[in-house]
Design a protein around this ligand. Structure first.
Ligand SMILES: [Zn+2]
Length: 260
């Protein structure tokens, strides 16, 4: 089909879908070109729908969009990467849902974020092949906060600016990051990270290819990352609450984390 002024193409990942009327669905895609994008898939819930199976959660698709009065209409779909058959496995689905919820909550319509697009695409591919998908979440979360520019400084106290390198640090959500011993409020019980835990956190946030990079979070660090995400979001992830606690259990290596 030829593109016209009323038609455009986009490459995107299916974040979620909700029903509209009797047969239609509204799909939320995270697209490379336009950031978050809602589109209507007409007749998607009818058995004869040509595009129904292609717009499953987590799939990466090339869509042809037709500009509508309020919402744009998805007129064509081509699958680029199909993850759905692997993501239906419950532990994978839970983690993919958390990653998608974070992207949905932190990213905006009409704002392309190619680094974050690549991060999500890599994350879903890693989840789809992983036997221990929860292990992938802390690094994904830290890389996402870094890419959004909202990760707290990981080497300095957010109150006084002193280096945290030599001592314990406390995660203070109200202060927006980590505080050292002199700056922590005594009356409040804050999660405490020791030196090796801080090092693990920094390594989780390190870019792909960095020497001091880690893909596996210590259990206490995984919980701290979850708190950081909740602090930035202003709430806990709904999908985390649904899936239970996030602590990592097994020390087994997961080679698929290398993709992140
Ligand atoms: Zn301080």
């Amino acid at each position: 089909m030829a593109t016209s002024a009323r038609t455009y193409k986009a490459r995107g990942i299916v974040l979620r879908a909700r029903n509209l009327g009797e047969a239609d669905r509204i799909l939320t895609l995270f697209t490379l070109e336009h950031g978050k994008l809602d589109g209507v898939a007409k007749g998607l819930r009818r058995a004869r729908s040509r595009i129904g199976g292609r717009l499953e959660f987590g799939n990466e698709v090339a869509v042809t969009m037709h500009r509508g009065r309020s919402l744009d209409v998805i007129s064509g779909v081509e699958i680029l990467r199909e993850h759905w058959s692997a993501l239906v496995e419950p532990s994978r689905f839970a983690v993919a849902a958390m990653a998608s919820e974070m992207i949905d909550a932190f990213c905006e319509p009409d704002l392309a974020m190619p680094d974050i697009y690549a991060l999500l695409a890599g994350m879903l591919a890693a989840i789809a092949r992983s036997a221990e998908p929860r292990m992938l979440l802390p690094r994904f979360s830290m890389r996402l906060l870094e890419a959004l520019g909202i990760a707290p400084p990981l080497d300095r106290c957010v109150r006084c600016g002193n280096l945290l390198a030599r001592e314990h640090a406390w995660l203070d959500g109200e202060a927006g990051g980590f505080v050292d011993d002199p700056c922590r409020e005594r009356g409040r019980l804050l999660p405490e990270l020791a030196k090796e835990e801080l090092a693990n956190l920094r390594a989780l946030a390190a870019p792909r290819g960095a020497e001091q990079r880690a893909v596996r979070a210590l259990p206490s660090v995984a919980r701290a990352v979850e708190l950081l995400v909740a602090h930035n979001l202003g709430r806990r992830l709904k999908s985390v609450a649904a899936a239970g606690d996030l602590g990592t259990k097994s020390p087994a290596e997961d080679i698929h984390a290398q993709a992140l």
